[in-house]
Structures are given as structure tokens and as C-alpha cells.
Unconditional design. Structure first.
Ligand SMILES: NC(=O)c1ccc[n+]([C@@H]2O[C@H](COP(=O)([O-])OP(=O)(O)OC[C@H]3O[C@@H](n4cnc5c(N)ncnc54)[C@H](O)[C@@H]3O)[C@@H](O)[C@H]2O)c1
Length: 386
């Protein structure tokens, strides 16, 4: 079994280390900050103790997982690794430097991977002497619990690198999907309208946020409403992802960020973690009540849903991922109640196109343009799945 190196012992690095060690690999975790390393070691011990206490794993298994991981400060520890996964700060220049440094110590057959959420794998790989060994391996937070992993080949990646990375991560009990090296890959791209269209509906005054959240959970079947979810993720993360995706897509209006969310970020109302976001989380604060108007709720739900389906269909149209992988990504990466393309089949693609066209005719904004794939499929009476 290969030795696995992890760079960065933050939320993602320590979670990925736990997954690899649980699969039986010897793992070395390096962080530039000794306190972060110490914190990760303490947190790992606490997680293992909790899993034993809950009866999820035996004490022997916990000891073997802890024993498999060493926390190091010397980059030489990556010599002999078969795979190194980088999970450090989301900054291209810092990542490039780290990749060049790692390549200098890692063996020629070592795969170098980045867990980046938003940077291009091609640009990270460009600093390596052998860029063919670089690939994106994008875990979701928390890595030990989330089953989905996006595998992102860069233009430079060798086929063998991609196949080996996929096979290895599959062997860790994860569900891998292959995504093109484009902004947001699959999940962070296709999910944008869940936030963006809900914000637009709110800004237009069609409904308040409690009613939108109620519609999406009670009528749509989503686990959390968009406003609750944005507050949960934190506006420092969720807003920044939206802004990055918008910029990286050369300002396609479909991804345009909203002022309502930007102002929250500027105010320091980051969501649950700061006690205030769209909702007030202070003790004793009363939460707004939804209107619970079924007709309005259904209208909201249909509008957000067709925008999500449009995004999923367009990702297929542009060959970002296969139909199967798009549906797997959204059900396993963000726990959607159904795959969006299967949902489109259920609603009927002609109905989806009709609803999108109605929005386009109302607003005359490019944001509401229907994917050519949906239009063609509706005309030919096709479905996404047999
Ligand atoms: N948090 C998420 O929900 C999430 C999900 C998927 C992917 N990601 C991506 O994973 C990466 C890490 O995110 P995170 O949330 O774990 O961040 P984090 O801030 O929790 O941890 C990053 C760690 O990297 C360390 N670090 C910074 N520069 C370093 C360097 N040059 N060498 C070694 N260590 C260094 C820091 O000390 C810190 O401990 C980012 O690229 C992020 O986009 C994050």
C-alpha cells in the first residue's frame, strides 16, 4: 500500500488524512503552522475516541488509524509517497510554490493532487517539471462523511495519473466523478442557482427568506432552505465562491452575485458562526415565520428548480461531466433529494423549457437563457435517462 502525503492540516487536510489512514495507508501530514499541526493531532485523537464511544469503530481500529498518521514539519517526509494531496490556503501563488517544492522531493512516480475548490488545475500543474502527474482530487467537507470526490484532470494530466487517482479514491469507499477543469467543477457550478435564484426572488420581493426556505424544504424536499444553508456555510465562503465563479466565467450574468449577500459579508454578518446572517442566531431571537402559501411556494420552487436543471443540463451540453456523474455529484456532494436530470425527466423536459422561456420572456435577461441541450431534447421528445 502506498504512503500518502497531505499538505495542510486544516479542516480538509486533516479529514482527508483520516480517510486515507482508515483505508490503511501510512499518512504523513505537513503544515507550515506548528499550532495547526498540534490542533489537528488533538482533534484526530478526540474524533477517534468519539467514534469508539459511539460504537462506530473498535478501539483497535482507532489505534491503527492514529498510528498510521504522523504529523511532520519536514518536507523530506514526502520522499517515498505514492500520492501527495495538497489542502492548503486557496491562493494560486502559494499553491504553485508548494507544488514546485514537493516535486523536488517526491519520487518520479508520485501523483501530485490539489484539493482546490476554485483554482485551475492546469495553472497549478504548470509549475511542475512533470505536469502529467498532477490532477485535481476535490473532497467535500467533512471529508470523512461526504461520499463524493470530484476527480479533475488538467489538460496536462496523463491518462494513467487520472485512472490511478480514481481507482485509489474509489478503494477508500468514496464515490468519484470526473469533472472538466472549469470553474466550480460540477457541484460548485451546478449548485449556484440554488443560492442565486433564491436571492433574486428575495430581492424582487416575491417572497421573504423564511417563505423561500419553507418552499424549498417542504415542497422541494431539500434538506435546508437556501438562506439557512448560506448562513450555515458562511457568507465569507459562499459569497466568495459565487464571486469567483462569476469572474472565472468571464462575467456570465447567470452567475452574478447579489448585493444582499455582499452587504452581509461587508457587515461581518457571516451567518451562524458570527451569530447573525440572513437570520439572527442570538439566544432568544425570534425567527421569522414563513407565509406557507402553497401556490406561492410552488412558484418559488419551480423557478429555482428549473434554473438548477438548466445549469445541470448546460454542464452536460458543454461536456463538463457525464449525465450520470452530474446526478451523482448533486445527490452525494450536496445531498439534493434527487438528481437534477432525473428530476427534469420526471417534470418533462418540454415543461422545463416552457418555464425557462417564460422567465426569459418576463425579464429579457441572458441569465434565463435555456440550455440548447434542453431545447433540442424537448423538440425531439427525449429524456436524459432511459
Ligand atoms: N473548507 C471547505 O469546505 C473546503 C471544501 C473543499 C475544498 N476545500 C479546499 O481545500 C483547501 C484547504 O481548505 P481548508 O478549509 O482545509 O483550509 P484551512 O484554512 O482550514 O487549512 C489550511 C491549512 O493550510 C496551512 N498552510 C497554509 N499555507 C501553507 C503552506 N505553504 N504549506 C503548508 N501548510 C500551509 C495552514 O496553516 C492551515 O492549517 C483549499 O484549497 C480549499 O479551497 C475546502
Amino acid at each position: 500500500m502506498i504512503k500518502v502525503g497531505i499538505v495542510g492540516s486544516g479542516a480538509m487536510g486533516s479529514g482527508i488524512a483520516q480517510v486515507a489512514a482508515t483505508a490503511g495507508h501510512e499518512v504523513v501530514v505537513l503544515d507550515a503552522n506548528p499550532q495547526a499541526l498540534q490542533k489537528a493531532a488533538t482533534a484526530l485523537a478526540a474524533t477517534m475516541a468519539k467514534l469508539v464511544e459511539k460504537g462506530k469503530i473498535t478501539a483497535e481500529k482507532a489505534a491503527s488509524v492514529t498510528g498510521n498518521i504522523s504529523f511532520v514539519s519536514d518536507i523530506q517526509a514526502y520522499a517515498g509517497c505514492g500520492l501527495v494531496i495538497e489542502a492548503i490556503v486557496e491562493n494560486l501563488d502559494v499553491k504553485k510554490k508548494v507544488f514546485a517544492d514537493i516535486e523536488a522531493v517526491a519520487g518520479a512516480d508520485c501523483i501530485l493532487a490539489s484539493n482546490t475548490s476554485s483554482l485551475s488545475i492546469a495553472s497549478i500543474a504548470s509549475v511542475c517539471k512533470a505536469p502529467g502527474r498532477v490532477v485535481g482530487i476535490h473532497f467535500f467537507n467533512p471529508a470523512p462523511l461526504m461520499e463524493l470526490v470530484e476527480i479533475i484532470p488538467a489538460v496536462q494530466s496523463d491518462d494513467a495519473t487520472v485512472a490511478a487517482a480514481k481507482a485509489l479514491i474509489d478503494s477508500w469507499g468514496k464515490k468519484t466523478v470526473i469533472a472538466k477543469d472549469t470553474p466550480g467543477f460540477i457541484v460548485n457550478r451546478v449548485a449556484r442557482p440554488f443560492y442565486g435564484e433564491a436571492l433574486r426572488i428575495y430581492e424582487e420581493g416575491v417572497a421573504d427568506m423564511a417563505t423561500i426556505d419553507w418552499a424549498m424544504t417542504q415542497l422541494g424536499g431539500f434538506r435546508m432552505g437556501p438562506f439557512t444553508l448560506m448562513d450555515y456555510i458562511g457568507h465569507d465562503v459562499n459569497y466568495v465562491v459565487t464571486e469567483t465563479v462569476f469572474r472565472e466565467f468571464f462575467y456570465d450574468p447567470r452567475y452574478k452575485p447579489s448585493f444582499s449577500q455582499k452587504r452581509l459579508l461587508e457587515a461581518g454578518w457571516l451567518g451562524r458562526k458570527s451569530g447573525r446572517g440572513f437570520y439572527n442566531y442570538a439566544e432568544g431571537a425570534t425567527l421569522p415565520e414563513p407565509a406557507k402559501n402553497e401556490a406561492l411556494g410552488q412558484e418559488i420552487c419551480n423557478r429555482v428548480l428549473v434554473m438548477l436543471i438548466n445549469e445541470a443540463a448546460d454542464a452536460c451540453f458543454l461536456n463538463i461531466a457525464s449525465r450520470e456523474d452530474v446526478d451523482i455529484a448533486m445527490t452525494k456532494g450536496v445531498n439534493y433529494p434527487k438528481g437534477l436530470l432525473r428530476w427534469a425527466d420526471e417534470i418533462g423536459i418540454a415543461t422545463v423549457v416552457e418555464r425557462l422561456d417564460a422567465l426569459y420572456h418576463t425579464y429579457h435577461e441572458d441569465r434565463y437563457r435555456c440550455s440548447p441541450l434542453l431545447r433540442k431534447m424537448a423538440a425531439e421528445e427525449q429524456t436524459f435517462f432511459a
